[in-house]
Design a protein around this ligand. Structure first.
Ligand code: ZN
Length: 480
């Protein structure tokens, strides 16, 4: 591999350039000719498919069904819930023509589907027998990004899923909100090996139209926070304007209680940021499309025998449900292949050559620690299973350690500002709950309240902004 095919900048020197190089050079995504848009390439899409499969399975197990919604939403629908409309207005793309004809009513290109889905809910729901209604949609959403864009983190169109549910009582809806947040947490922590903080958004930061928003926040290696997923309790804020009513068993008519929730391909961006190193990305085994890459090392005279052995090992690993693949391309050298798979972040590499075959051993190279060692060929499957497990937990533990180390406390505004400027990360502060104080901190430090953690301490000290009695602990941070 020539020099500029690999990553040419250190993660610690220019994080932003390093990240972009990782996304582009590993074959995850590329820029689209349309400004602000990206194209997910097969390697990136394979990761998305794995994420989709894990979540889709869980959604179905918990009683949700998939559907499809059109991408265009009539303007009149989008304006039904006023706050919701005003919140999304600056980011909406509009379709005003069909062919040469002006449309009578403008059509919004889906920024999110609450309004469209709920106009249908009012048609589909009339009795308690129709509830709960639990739907999910795998689609894309479009929100014009005016600010700087970053592949997978901030783009004008992104892949995601959006769930929409309706319930006959308030408790069922609030339970749904938490259950979904826990599913997201399971995916992000157990599969993507990224630790999260779970909690609530403030009223200022919540989803427009929601009663409250629960979320998962993570910390990136440059000290910035990244919102990973959100799950909203919509209460009756949409069911009233959309008139989604049902007759209960007591024959009284009620408005339904609703939730909506989503997670996007942004988590792939987080995956790259959190785990990668100067050589490229590092994928946790549980989410990696290829878990073990086998590189046969041969000269012309040993080619057939070494390749045959590589295929044999590949099949053995596959028989144990390990996603293995043999890179048998003759047109590239072994060294070139090593670099390429290292950059693409495959968790474990197997090198096999003619001498190894004679000695009935193979060489293993871990991507995370870059350790190399030999194992007996007959032990390959068992060793691989235990190493992959070890890599998975090692990656999570490293990231967890970073999150814990970079969550600090501050009791004064100056202290908060100096922490944000020097180390970044989350800064836990006491807050009185007033919007003015939240705004003041934003003005002085450019940091937001990222999250009110569920396991927050109460009354830890006086409010970071006004000095009056603090009522809750919040995490401030600068964010993507
Ligand atoms: Zn205050």
């Amino acid at each position: 591999m020539t020099k500029d095919l690999g990553i040419t900048v250190k993660k610690s020197v220019d994080f932003s350039d390093w990240y972009t190089q990782c996304v582009l050079k590993s074959g995850i995504a590329d820029y689209s000719p349309g400004k602000g848009f990206i194209i997910l390439r097969p390697y990136g899409y394979a990761i998305w498919e794995n994420i989709k499969e894990i979540l889709d399975d869980q959604f179905k197990k918990t009683g949700h069904k998939n559907g499809f919604l059109p991408v265009l939403i009539p303007e009149s629908l989008l304006t039904v819930e006023k706050n919701h409309f005003e919140g999304f207005m600056p980011e909406v793309y509009w379709v005003t023509k069909s062919g040469n004809n002006d449309l009578g009513e403008k059509l919004a290109v889906r920024p999110t589907s609450e309004t469209l889905a709920y106009s249908m809910f009012s048609k589909w729901i009339s009795s308690y027998r129709d509830l709960p209604l639990k739907l999910n949609f795998w689609n894309s959403a479009l929100r014009a990004e005016i600010k700087s864009t970053k592949p997978l983190i901030r783009n004008s169109e992104f892949l995601w899923q959006e769930g929409h549910t309706a319930h006959s009582n308030e408790k069922e809806a609030s339970d749904e909100v938490r259950m979904i947040l826990d599913l997201y947490k399971m995916l992000i922590e157990q599969y993507l090996a990224i630790p999260t903080v779970s909690g609530l958004k403030t009223d200022k930061e919540k989803f427009v139209g929601a009663k409250y928003t629960t979320c998962l926040e993570s910390l990136m290696p440059d000290g910035k926070a990244l919102q990973m997923a959100t799950s909203h309790n919509l209460d009756q804020n949409f069911s009233k304007p959309f008139e989604i009513k049902f007759l209960d068993k007591d024959t009284a008519e009620h408005f339904v209680w609703q939730t909506s929730w989503g997670i996007s391909w942004r988590v792939i961006g987080a995956l790259i940021m959190v785990h990668g190193d100067d050589k490229g990305i590092i994928l946790p085994p549980k989410i990696s499309p290829t878990q073990v890459i086998i590189v046969p090392i041969y000269k012309d005279e040993s080619k057939e025998i070494v390749k045959q052995k590589a295929y044999e090992l590949e099949n053995k690993l596959k028989d144990s449900n390990i996603r293995a693949y043999t890179d048998d391309r003759d047109e590239y050298t072994s060294g070139w292949k090593f670099n390429e798979w290292e950059m693409k972040g495959v968790p474990l590499r197997v090198n096999i050559g003619i001498r190894d075959i004679r000695e009935e051993k193979v060489e293993l190279i871990r991507r995370d620690t870059r350790e190399r060692f030999y194992v007996k060929e007959k032990d390959l499957v068992n060793e691989t299973l235990s190493i992959l497990e070890n890599i998975q937990s090692n990656m999570y533990n490293l990231a967890k350690n970073y999150l814990v180390t970079n969550t600090r406390n501050a009791t004064h505004l100056d202290e908060l500002l100096s922490l944000l400027d020097s180390t970044g990360g989350f800064v836990a502060c006491s807050w009185c709950g007033k919007r003015e104080c939240e705004d003041l901190v934003k003005e002085k430090t450019t940091a937001d309240i990222r999250i009110i953690p569920f396991n927050t301490r109460k009354n830890i000290s006086s409010c970071i902004a006004c000095g009056k009695e603090g009522t809750t602990e919040v995490y401030f941070g600068r964010a993507y």
